[in-house]
Design a protein around this ligand. Structure first.
Ligand SMILES: Cc1ncc(COP(=O)(O)O)c(C=O)c1O
Length: 434
């Protein structure tokens, strides 16, 4: 069965009787008119469908904790929705922890990741009762032990390791290979465990790894499970421990363009479950508690960005540029990673002749191009453009470059739009200026 990550558009995307693009039962032109552009639009049905696919795919696994990687998109409403779907959360900063805490998330289902957690963040995470720390390096062992000194609390932790698996994705989003800023090299795990065992407030429960993002291969997850279980078995034996949790991170890819061919959640789940089965039989151990941390695949396809077309420019004997009213500050991925997207004109131009255009942003950087050489009906000033698959790593990576305001986020569901993050104002822009 196909899952949401294998489609370019949200599941509710269609043309309505006016020929306009509709999402979650809401006309995109009306959304643009009411909330302004650029506008992030999230389709609740698509988001929930994907979250439920993860739960269904692992339903028969005895001890499974889906954990949403909130770096992909974190707002109070998104936290509420995924919390009510039974998800835990992966946080990497005090700000993410604060947001989910305020949203009423069960903090015992939160894992605190990251390679340089500050002492204040560690203190705050302990205060709100974070479930697990994924300990990334030697200095964090000391910092965490220091923060717990004098208390009778025992903090569950995972050890983040770099399993030495390379996946074929963009270099900047590979994290599980050996020369990585994240986690312990396998040759360091013994020393890390020895260090942890010196501190009675730290309870090592298992291992964590994340091998990369936007992954289409399945074999890498099989290899990862094998490395994690083998290492758990070895550490249990060597240190007489009872580690029985593995966190395999996130990474499942989504379909930004037709060139992307990610597996479904069910395919990936089968590979992971079979690999666990095989390795547990091999070492005669119980199946460990399994954590998985999808981010992009949960929210990516559910989100689109609406832009208004502005100026255009025909380079003599060259490209035609159409400038949109957003760009690299609301979606830095094309300029950062060379990421590719699909756009559509949201107002009714269905059937009109196509021309090749490059969609540029409005920011003062020549690299501020959202989509190069795409075929679209002739765009006029004022047309509304929809760029698909912007739910993940767009709003969460947005900035105020050029002092341009961050867009609003609107959640659409069954014909009802609800603003879940308001558009920034000039007053807010100056709030911290002294
Ligand atoms: C530790 C960890 N877990 C989960 C994720 C989420 O990955 P994705 O959004 O590709 O599913 C990331 C992404 O960077 C990560 O670093």
């Amino acid at each position: 069965m196909k899952t949401i990550n294998q489609f370019i558009m949200p599941k509710t995307a269609k043309r309505n009787s006016k020929g306009n693009l509709e999402l979650g039962g809401c006309d995109c032109l009306e959304l643009a008119e009411k909330y302004g552009t650029p506008l992030y639009v999230m389709c609740k049905e698509t988001l929930v469908d994907m979250a439920q696919s993860f739960k269904n795919a692992f339903e028969d696994y005895p001890n499974f904790q889906p954990t949403y990687a909130s770096k992909a998109l974190m707002t109070k409403k998104i936290a509420e929705i995924l919390h009510s779907e039974g998800f835990g959360f992966d946080a990497v900063s005090g700000g993410e922890i604060y947001t989910m805490h305020k949203a009423g998330v069960d903090m015992s289902k939160v894992t605190f990741n990251g390679n340089n957690k500050t002492p204040d963040e560690i203190k705050f995470a302990l205060e709100v009762g974070i479930g697990h720390f994924s300990v990334d390096n030697f200095s964090e062992i000391e910092d965490l032990a220091d923060a717990l000194k004098g208390s009778d609390k025992t903090q569950p932790i995972h050890l983040r390791i770099t399993p030495g698996i390379e996946c074929h994705t963009h270099e900047y989003i590979q994290t599980g290979h050996l020369d990585s800023k994240f986690g312990f090299d396998l040759s360091q795990t013994d020393s890390a465990v020895e260090e942890i065992l010196k501190h009675k407030n730290l309870e090592l429960k298992g291992l964590h790894a994340h091998i990369g993002s936007q992954i289409f291969e399945t074999k890498v997850f099989e290899d990862e499970v094998e490395v994690l279980i083998k290492e758990i078995v070895r550490l249990n034996k060597k240190f007489n421990l009872n580690l029985n949790e593995i966190n395999i991170g996130g990474g499942l890819g989504i379909t930004y363009t037709e060139a992307d061919t990610p597996p479904s959640v069910y395919e990936i789940a089968e590979i992971i479950k079979q690999a666990i089965d095989k390795n547990c039989k091999k070492y005669s151990i119980e199946k460990p508690k399994l954590f998985i941390e999808p981010g992009r695949s949960i929210v990516g396809t559910a989100g689109v960005t609406l832009y208004k077309a502005g100026s255009s420019k025909q380079v003599p004997n060259g490209k035609k540029y159409v400038a949109l009213d957003g760009g690299m500050a609301d979606n830095p991925r094309p300029s950062m990673y060379g990421a590719e997207y699909i756009a559509e004109v949201a107002n009714n131009k269905v059937g009109e002749p196509l021309e090749t255009v490059t969609l540029s942003g409005r920011y003062c950087e020549s690299g501020d191009i959202l989509i190069k050489n795409t075929e679209l009906p002739k765009i006029q000033k004022g047309d509304i453009l929809c760029i698909y698959n912007t739910g993940a790593y767009n709003y969460s990576m947005s900035s105020n470059y050029n002092r341009i305001l961050k867009p609003a986020v609107v959640l659409v569901n069954q014909g009802q739009p609800a603003m879940i993050v308001s558009r920034q104002t000039y007053e807010q822009l100056l709030e911290n200026d002294l």
